[in-house]
Design a protein around this ligand. Structure first.
Ligand code: ATP
Length: 444
């Protein structure tokens, strides 16, 4: 594992492009600043991250349900939530080089690029506006949601009525969000269009502080479950002056990126701010009826909110590794690998016939079909018979495939194949009859 601060993020970006994880959006037109497209391997890794999160946060618990709300919402939503008024960042311009910065991200009082004098800060609104219907007038303004949370709050009554959930319970949602960020960058770390994995967890007022702590532990455990090293994670409590307008207390889970610590998840205590604000604006009572006291209460909300793309970036940085090896001809080589957790690896197993020999191909294809159709192994399985076996191993190492299965000429006689482990490069010979069960054990 290289020392993280020396890991060049461009190396990861170039691996992502070369191997089909992430491409610049609209590249043939010169690209669109800080927007990215997920390629064939990127889409698999992203899906696996989201599936793992859904599994841990919804399916494995009995106090959670899901939701998929619309991106466009009634504009009053954003008035009630406070976004229309306060969802701004302080923008400063360099009077010399004309670059723009977020004032709260600057360490010095002068331009970090040229040392020039900076303008007075002005508040810049982060919500993207568009118009609903054919006429572009003030009355038709709608916003692209800057968080998925509000879709959950406005559906509170619908979910409670349809599921009969009792406090404490939570609603989870994964979806796109848009923020017209002043500065973007560090590859997919800060973009204007991104995906969020959010939970609004409703609790009795008074239980909020203990449950808040529990969520921090649960969220840290999930990041560890998807393979992120604990020593590269930390929890940071917000200072009073950085708390959002709705928050009583917030903790960020941060990761040690090559450029420093950066937030990957915020876990806020939003109190009853949102339900109370929407009740007031809409005139609908958004409360919970407590049978034990026969009273209506407005629940408090603990909100763990993580970015899918930032988690993606985190797993790549954390898994990226370069190792010195010696080739079969005795030459020193650098092996690049992504030590991804099997549960999120974009390709679980690669089936590699030693060569394209016509005797080997049918057996290799039948092994491929068997593994692909096996109920014991779920996920993407690849077949690759192009180029030398050494190059194919290197390719699979670079995309993080945990296991390769090599079908060679001996396989024709002994009905056995070789399983190669990505991390150790150890190889074991197994009978084809037990292959899928061996693979499924190793992928656990
Ligand atoms: P920051 O201070 O970095 O702007 P924030 O505190 O505004 O972030 P939250 O509103 O807490 O961010 O968003 C929750 C999560 O959504 C973040 O932890 C991050 O993972 C993700 N996220 C927020 N903004 C962006 C963005 N512009 N690009 C990618 N992911 C983002």
């Amino acid at each position: 594992m290289p020392d993280l601060p020396t890991l060049d993020i461009d190396k990861i970006a170039s691996l992502c492009k070369r191997r089909g994880f992430i491409f610049q959006s609209s590249e043939i037109y010169g690209g669109l600043a800080s927007t990215w497209d997920y390629g064939p391997l990127g889409v698999e890794l992203k899906r696996n991250i989201k599936d793992s999160w859904w599994n841990a946060m919804v399916w494995e618990r009995d106090d959670m349900v899901g939701l998929d709300a619309a991106i466009l919402m009634h504009p009053d939503t954003w008035r009630a939530s406070g976004h229309v008024e306060t969802f701004t960042d302080p923008l400063v311009d360099c009077l010399e080089c004309k670059r723009r910065f977020r004032e709260d991200h600057l360490d010095s009082e002068t331009c970090p690029e040229c040392g020039g004098e900076l303008s007075e800060p002005r508040m810049f609104h982060l919500m993207f506006k568009t118009h609903m219907g054919p006429i572009e007038e003030d009355a038709s303004v709608v916003y692209l949601r800057p968080e998925t949370a509000q879709g959950i709050f406005v559906n509170f009554n619908n979910v409670v009525t349809s599921t009969r959930k009792k406090l404490p319970f939570g609603i989870a949602q994964i979806g796109k969000a848009f923020r017209n960020e002043i500065t973007t960058g560090n590859f997919i770390f800060r973009t204007r269009e991104f995906e969020m994995m959010e939970i609004e967890y409703f609790v009795m007022p008074g239980d909020d502080e203990d449950i808040h702590k529990q969520w921090i532990d649960d969220c840290l455990s999930w990041f560890e479950d998807i393979g992120i090293k604990r020593e590269n994670l930390r929890v940071r409590q917000h200072e009073m002056n950085e708390l959002s307008h709705y928050a009583k207390n917030t903790f960020d889970i941060e990761y040690k990126f090559p450029w420093g610590w950066g937030e990957i998840q915020g876990i806020a205590n939003r109190t009853d701010f949102d339900l109370a604000a929407h009740s007031k604006m809409s005139g609908e009572r958004l409360t919970y009826f407590d049978n034990t006291t026969n009273q209506h209460v407005t629940p408090y909300v603990i909100e763990p909110s993580a970015g899918v793309d930032r988690t993606f970036m985190t797993v790549l940085v954390d898994a990226y590794s370069e190792e010195e090896t010696v080739s079969t001809s005795g030459k020193k080589e650098t092996r690049t690998l992504l030590k991804l957790e099997p549960s999120i690896a974009p390709v679980k197993v690669a089936i590699l016939p030693l060569s394209r020999n016509e005797k080997l191909t049918p057996l290799a294809r039948s092994v491929y079909d068997m593994v692909r159709r096996s109920e014991a192994i779920s996920g993407h399985i690849q077949f690759d018979d192009a180029q030398s076996i050494g190059r194919r191993y290197r390719r699979q190492d670079e995309i993080g495939t945990p296991l390769c299965v090599t079908v060679d000429f001996d396989s024709l006689d002994d009905n056995a194949v070789t399983i190669r482990d990505r991390n150790t490069m150890d190889q074991i010979r197994v009978n084809i009859d037990s292959l899928t069960s061996q693979l499924s054990i190793k992928l656990k």
